[in-house]
Write a protein that binds this ligand. Sequence first.
Ligand SMILES: Nc1ncnc2c1ncn2[C@@H]1O[C@H](COP(=O)(O)OP(=O)(O)OP(=O)(O)O)[C@@H](O)[C@H]1O
Length: 367
Amino acid sequence: MAAYYTLLRGVAKSQTTQSCLFLHTTRGYFTSISTNINTKTLPIPHFEARSLASDANCISLFDRMIEGHHRKYYILGGKGGVGKKSCAASLAVKFANYGHPTIVVSTDPANSLSDSFDQDLTGGTLVRIQGLDSPLFGLEINPEKTKEDFRYASQNNGGVKDFMDSMGLGMVDEQLGELKLAELLDTPPPGLDEAIAISKVMQFVDSPEYSMFTRIVFDTAPMGHTLGLLSLPDFMDASIGKVMKMKKKIASETSAIKSVFGKEQPSLVEGPTDKLEQLRERMAKVRDLFRDSETTEFVIVTIPTVMTVKESSRLHASLRKENVPVKRLIVNQILPSSTTDCKFCSMKRKDQIRALDMIRSDPELGS
Ligand SMILES: Nc1ncnc2c1ncn2[C@@H]1O[C@H](COP(=O)(O)OP(=O)(O)OP(=O)(O)O)[C@@H](O)[C@H]1O
């Protein structure tokens, strides 16, 4: 752990970066951050920050990430398998070692944050990561499970329809039908599960007992999901907004009926729609979080291959379109320098150099 800590401190203190950041394993081998924290006998990943730009006078981008005591959210995203989880775990350790009480959360359906730390983080509550002096807590959320919330709310909407049918409010029923909520739940839009998972985390980290945490690091699902997630809150706003209008309408119709019959009708519409409204509010919070440049930063993780760089460029374009703040790019898995490359390594190195050049000249990623 000491060695790892020193390396990370060394990175932040000695390296300067201007545009992009590289995480570089000099051993070309990186399996579990946790085993590296807990034992000194296993290979220690040597992360080294390098800059695409050579200006040595600017402040390290790593340093900027640890600056300040107000809460910051870092959301790591990128193509599948590029090392999002490893980088999220690594950043979280760095923040904690610099004195930031930190939470690292994985909402990726292919969770393995537990493997990274060699601890079970799947229990639904924050687990303290062992082997560090500073408070670092981890949590893996299975988005599949959280989707049940939405399913519940929607399924119960059937009760609303039955109720309205029995009241002869066909017109309202038809309008509710137009929302196709049941269909929506059967085939949820991409990103829904993850947005719900993130919103759940937001819910508890916003509560006073967690106010001490100043860094929250999210490892998100691969790119397609991330992009779906970005447009989701607007979609939710629109569809659930309609439900809420319906709810008001139903409420007024119901009170008219009540006055005609002179008795209380059971409140069948309140539960599910309230739940949907809560969900809508939470989705809106996730959307706002993603777009708040004061507190949030989306960090694109990529690897130096032509195809991945192209995909990262598209991801950046989409994030820019959605006004999601992106300041840093992590290029993971760069081959360590060596004077004795085999043929394969030397070819791979050439490919990597080509990909890095692409990043420099890419209109999206170059800056
Ligand atoms: N710098 C590195 N050097 C060597 N191996 C690495 C490095 N970074 C990540 N790996 C390995 O690559 C694999 C994928 O890494 P990781 O799980 O962090 O990626 P991910 O982007 O989160 O994946 P997914 O999209 O599938 O969730 C893991 O086995 C990890 O140990």
